[in-house]
Every structure is written in structure tokens, then in C-alpha cells.
Design a protein around this ligand. Structure first.
Ligand code: SF4
Length: 62
């Protein structure tokens, strides 16, 4: 399991707060674009989900 970015929920107009709280640097962002998750680094802590103000990050149960 990992997290997925729901692009259409991300306004893509700000620095992503979730990128800053990820304890293993699994999230990255170029400019103000939607963040990208590195599934090999993610440890499924769920922290980024709680810090995203628009609900654009969710657990990927697929
Ligand atoms: S679930 Fe945790 S480890 Fe994975 S991307 Fe989010 S903050 Fe980082």
C-alpha cells in the first residue's frame, strides 16, 4: 500500500505542505505542480494525507 495523488483535487498553486512533513522524503514537487510520490520510499504513515488541505492525497488500496 502507498498513497496516491488525486490531481484534480490539487489546485496546483502553492507549495505543498505534505511534501514538507513526509518523514522519509517520499513526496516531491516541481514548482507549484501536484506532488509526486515515490512508492519505494513511502512507509504508509499517512501523515501527508492529514496535511493536505484539499484532500488530494489518499491511501492507495488498489
Ligand atoms: S504516507 Fe507518510 S511516508 Fe508515505 S508519502 Fe505520505 S508522509 Fe510520506
Amino acid at each position: 500500500m502507498s498513497v496516491k495523488i488525486i490531481d484534480y483535487r490539487c489546485p496546483q498553486n502553492h507549495r505543498c505542505p505534505s511534501v514538507m512533513v513526509c518523514p522519509v522524503n517520499a513526496l516531491s514537487q516541481v514548482g507549484d505542480s501536484a506532488p509526486v510520490v515515490d512508492n519505494d520510499k513511502c512507509v504508509d504513515c499517512g501523515k501527508c494525507i492529514w496535511y493536505c488541505p484539499t484532500g488530494a492525497i489518499a491511501m492507495d488500496r488498489g
